[in-house]
Design a protein around this ligand. Structure first.
Ligand code: ATP
Length: 320
């Protein structure tokens, strides 16, 4: 059963009501309900093939649902919807032979923004993204990460109310991730609604206030990040040790060990035994940190999706 959490004190900007989509025998999305509060950052996560892109394409009216309803601000999307939404698709596609200026003018005008305003705003954005020197160069001269930043500008240049970002950070270095993350937070502070899809749990965890997980076309988790985490209990331990941790798997009272390279996350069967478990670890290796934490989104994801294939399960290494 989908945990149902009553978290929508704010008005919902985007609502999906029982939307479904099948491709032949494959049910990509099945009776999915989603409520995205206005002015929030809302993450959709899920394993490969879960139905995330299909869901986003239905919101964008690229494909039609077989059944169900989509509401924007309480109403079916009107003719002006495409001008009010900014969409960064998973498959990036910019006109490689055009200059950055030409691309931004062309795509901006498709969204009914005046040439004069576009000219002014694009300079601000290009400067902020470190692309000002490339304004009159062709897109094909840009690196992958630079193209990603340009595509991000095309998503925002017409000042949309609803911003849909599919794998926003792919191909970006940490400095650009930070730059873009700060812009996303500014957009939220301006009251824009942001729907964010990713495979990288660490990003979702840091950025999203609300999270929905889809698996096999169905919702398996939905709620505010803090509610979702508290629902998954407080029997997790952040552990840092000096030495080999392979013995952790066989410790009595430890249900699960996730290896995050520089630390471990232990899931205990019973948190009241934590002192005893700490002692058992300290008997074998020096312990530099042993701290009770909320479970990581990564582990919640593995728990919910891991039993159905597509992602590793059990006592594993985290490959984030
Ligand atoms: P990923 O994380 O791998 O991008 P996703 O969650 O975005 O996956 P979707 O692309 O929405 O998943 O796919 C959901 C299901 O629908 C999959 O089983 C996929 O094979 C199927 N599917 C998607 N698009 C099509 C299509 N055009 N024709 C047939 N099947 C499709």
């Amino acid at each position: 059963m989908v945990p149902s959490l009553n978290y929508h004190a704010m008005k919902d900007y985007l609502q999906l009501r029982a939307i479904s989509k099948s491709y032949g025998d494959v049910t990509a999305v099945e009776s999915l309900d989603l409520s995205v509060p206005k002015g929030s950052i809302y993450g959709i996560i899920g394993p490969n093939g879960a139905g995330k892109t299909t869901t986003i394409r239905m919101i964008m009216d690229i494909i039609a649902p077989d059944s169900g309803q989509i509401l924007i601000d309480g109403n079916p999307p009107g003719n002006d919807f495409k001008n009010r939404v900014g969409y960064l698709p998973e498959e990036r596609g910019l006109y490689k032979k055009m200059t950055l200026r030409e691309v931004l003018l062309f795509l901006g005008q498709l969204k009914q923004t005046s040439k004069k305003k576009l000219g002014k705003d694009m300079d601000v954005w290009l400067d902020r993204m470190g692309l000002a020197d490339y304004k009159n160069k062709k897109v094909e001269n840009l690196s992958k990460g630079m193209q990603q930043k340009l595509q991000f500008i095309t998503t925002l240049l017409h000042e949309p109310d609803l911003i849909i970002l599919d794998e926003l950070f792919s191909g970006l270095d940490p400095i650009n991730i930070e730059l873009i993350k700060n812009i996303v937070l500014e957009l939220k502070a301006e009251g824009r609604t942001i729907l964010f899809s990713t495979h990288v749990m660490e990003q979702a965890e840091k950025l999203c206030e609300y999270i929905c997980m889809i698996n096999r076309g169905q919702k398996v988790l939905d709620g505010s990040m803090s509610q979702v985490k508290s629902q998954y209990g407080k029997n997790s331990i952040h552990l840092e040790i000096d030495g080999d941790g392979s013995f952790l798997n066989s410790l009595s009272g430890v249900d699960k060990v996730t290896n995050f390279t520089n630390y471990f996350e232990l899931t205990l069967a019973d948190i009241s035994r934590s002192n005893e478990i700490l002692q058992a670890i300290a008997d074998k290796v020096p312990v530099s940190r042993f701290e009770r934490i909320e479970p990581s989104l990564y582990n919640i994801f593995i728990d919910l999706a891991g039993n159905h294939g597509g992602v590793a399960s059990g006592k594993e290494s985290a490959g984030e």
